[in-house]
Design a protein around this ligand. Structure first.
Ligand SMILES: [Zn+2]
Length: 510
């Protein structure tokens, strides 16, 4: 080795200049007209979107270069609106339409905020749980999931198994790359330092395997390559759940360099589904060479279901409409706003906040976010997760561990009427074989439509439901049931081979 470039890249046989600080460019970056400026590891990087005829649009993650379209919107998010029963929100710098019908809900605008508002399920009131449904039953056996499963007042007292990391390291054709095995081990040590805690809710990671990928195309991984990897990645057939970490030279999302990127568990962060489209079951974390010391911990935070502290959750389904038309709020408002976490202070985000001495954050609106939080965009100050964040990551870890068992090879077989699948998965019948025999059924990851909600495909449905034509002619997610199905009035319906939960049909048009 002639020279160690540390976090700088080696280009044309020389280390790129050492970073000198970002001046007034915030860590989220900014758009100056159509020029994007970002700050990564104390170095400003400038991309002129306008040069390519593109527009600079600000998102929660930073600026992006985009073909100008009518649905671009700048973060912080614009006001939400209802168009009939479609909720329109600004997400990732683009207006998104969320069909409240998939949530068996209506779009209701009150006090300048539009939201999907669902209705009371008759079975929920019938079985004595009230309009918000029953609390999840304790299973009795304590497992690592951030919950007190045995009801003894202690959470996860038996501890959590260490989490495996599988590192994929991108190199050129000859196997030369920007990372050594020691670099990867050092990153895992940093992750363990970030996830270690004084309370008992930390997580421990161990490097299970390093896989070298000699594919120069991937040395610059953009969103197209990232999505392709997520769809086609040759994951190793490991029995235990693992976090797949791709180490490459550069990560670009929509034309802009990023320190890293990650999928979130089935489109969820802060405990709520954010993305209605079909999601990968395993997913991926990608890490660039130029990154913050805490970037890998931050991205694993996303991989385990955390939002940014400056995220927003305007599209959550917070409340139900009672039979008398009154709106009932079922969850604490802090679970439905911002990052969906109750013990992180409000964070307007770096564009309107500045980092003062000793990492005190001062915001224009007087809010005082915790600059130390690993899910914030005050990277020089980041060092901790909050307690609620730590517990939510354990919940998502438990989900991911369940999915992992059904993700590889044959998958998990299941009975369509029993919902015997791991939590967050539903039983899907497979197409008949070429000989016309029954194809059986396998557990698939939940879609975004709830029972009673509209759907186009069985993969849209969740909580054990499948997409069927209701007597009204609508395609709805309907649960096939047995006597034991909770929150369900299970009945035979003429012409149906299986009994169904009668409340799942036809509430939408009421
Ligand atoms: Zn992030």
């Amino acid at each position: 080795m002639a020279e160690d470039c540390s976090l700088s890249l080696c280009e044309d046989g020389e280390c790129e200049p050492a970073p000198v600080g970002c001046g007034d460019v915030p860590a989220t970056g900014r758009c100056e007209a159509d020029v994007a400026e970002v700050c990564i590891a104390d170095q400003v990087m400038v991309v002129d979107c306008g040069e390519d005829g593109l527009r600079c649009v600000m998102t929660e993650y930073g600026p992006v270069c985009r073909v100008p379209t009518d649905d671009d919107c700048d973060w912080p998010a614009a006001a939400t609106t209802c168009e009939l029963d479609v909720l329109v929100v600004c997400r990732e710098g683009r207006l998104r339409q969320i069909d409240c019908g998939t949530l068996d809900a209506r779009c209701v605008a009150t006090g300048g905020v539009a939201r999907c508002v669902s209705r009371v399920s008759p079975s929920m009131t019938d079985d004595g749980c009230g309009p918000c449904g029953c609390d999840e039953a304790l299973t009795g056996e304590e497992v690592c999931d951030g919950r007190d499963n045995d009801g003894d007042g202690h959470i996860d007292e038996d501890g959590c198994d260490p989490i495996d990391i599988v590192a994929f390291v991108v190199t050129d054709k000859r196997g030369n790359g920007s990372y050594t095995q020691e670099d990867i081990e050092a990153e895992v040590a940093l992750v363990n330092a970030a996830f270690g805690r004084l309370d008992d809710y930390g997580l421990e990671f161990r490097l299970a395997e390093t896989i070298w990928i000699a594919d120069p195309e991937l040395l610059v991984t953009d969103e197209v390559e990232f999505d392709r990897l997520v769809d086609t990645m040759a994951y190793p057939a490991r029995d235990a759940f693992f976090v797949p970490l791709l180490f490459t030279d550069k990560v670009y999302i929509e034309g802009i360099p990023r320190p890293g990127a990650s999928t979130i568990p089935n489109g969820m962060c802060g405990g709520k589904r954010r993305d209605p489209v079909w999601q990968p079951i395993i997913g991926l974390v990608a890490i660039g060479k130029r990154r913050w010391e805490t970037t890998v911990a931050h991205e694993i935070g996303h991989f385990l279901g955390l939002c940014h502290t400056h995220g927003d959750h305007v599209d959550a389904v917070p409340r139900v409409q009672g039979t008398d038309g009154e709106t009932i709020v079922c969850e604490e408002s802090c679970l439905l706003e911002a990052d969906g976490i109750c013990d992180t202070p409000p964070d307007p985000g770096p564009p309107s906040c500045t980092v003062g001495e000793a990492c005190t954050i001062e915001c224009e609106n007087g809010e005082v976010p915790d600059g130390r939080n690993l899910m914030g965009y005050y990277p020089a100050c980041r060092s901790v997760f909050s307690r609620q964040q730590a517990l939510l990551m354990r919940q998502m870890l438990a989900l991911r561990r369940g999915w992992h068992a059904c993700a590889l090879a044959e998958g998990c077989t299941c009975e369509p009427t029993g919902n015997s699948c791991p939590k967050g998965m539903s039983c899907r019948r497979l197409a008949p074989t070429a000989e016309g025999e029954d194809g059986g059924a396998r557990c698939g990851i939940d879609g975004a439509s709830v029972p009673g909600g509209t759907c186009r495909d069985p993969r849209d449905c969740s909580r054990g439901a499948t997409c069927m034509t209701a007597p009204s002619g609508q395609s709805l997610c309907i649960r096939l049931c047995s006597e034991d199905t909770p929150n369900c009035d299970c009945r035979e319906l003429a012409g149906n081979p299986w009994p169904i939960c009668i409340e799942d049909i036809g509430r939408v048009q009421q």
